[in-house]
Ligand binder design. Sequence first.
Ligand code: IMP
Ligand code: MG
Length: 179
Amino acid sequence: MPPVDIRSVSTLFSAEQIAARVESLAEEIAKAMPDDILVIAILKGGFVFAADLIRALHGAGMYPRVDFMTLSSYGVGTESSGEVSIARDISDDIEGVDILLLDDILESGRTVSAARALLLNRGARSVKLCMLLDKPGKRKVDCEADFCGFTVPDLFVVGYGLDYAHYYRDLPYIGTIDD
Ligand code: IMP
Ligand code: MG
């Protein structure tokens, strides 16, 4: 069972608000990037956002390929550990490829900056960051998103891919846990 009751999750962004923002993000991305990109979604948090965004990119006239990378910087609690490790790597060569690196939330910035450095080091032509959420109050390294869905305050958020102790990734909306 989830560690907190669903009744203590308050909605920050509804499914409808998220869907509308995903559409407009895809338009922004289509204007700023070539049509033929590789979307790399960071697992597990980025998979719901990635699934919706690639279809919106298709609608915006792009031809995204998709791959996944499992990175972890979090245990089961709500505080970042600061350690980033690769648990599952992408499968293809990325030499000369334009990459859209996508994740659920930019907090300390450690996870995506480590991933971006790695991809550039392997010869990617460009790496742009697309984050569903930005929590700027918790930044620890110099790292900003090129495309960002919503800015959130310093609260722990769940839903639409984001978990609390592995639960609530399935929520169709984004909410915050009241304590
Ligand atoms: P970073 O601190 O920017 O490296 O963020 C690392 C990861 O922490 C994100 O990809 C999320 O998986 C997780 N995370 C950060 N803030 C939250 C939150 O409010 N809710 C759920 N997961 C979070
Ligand atoms: Mg994550």
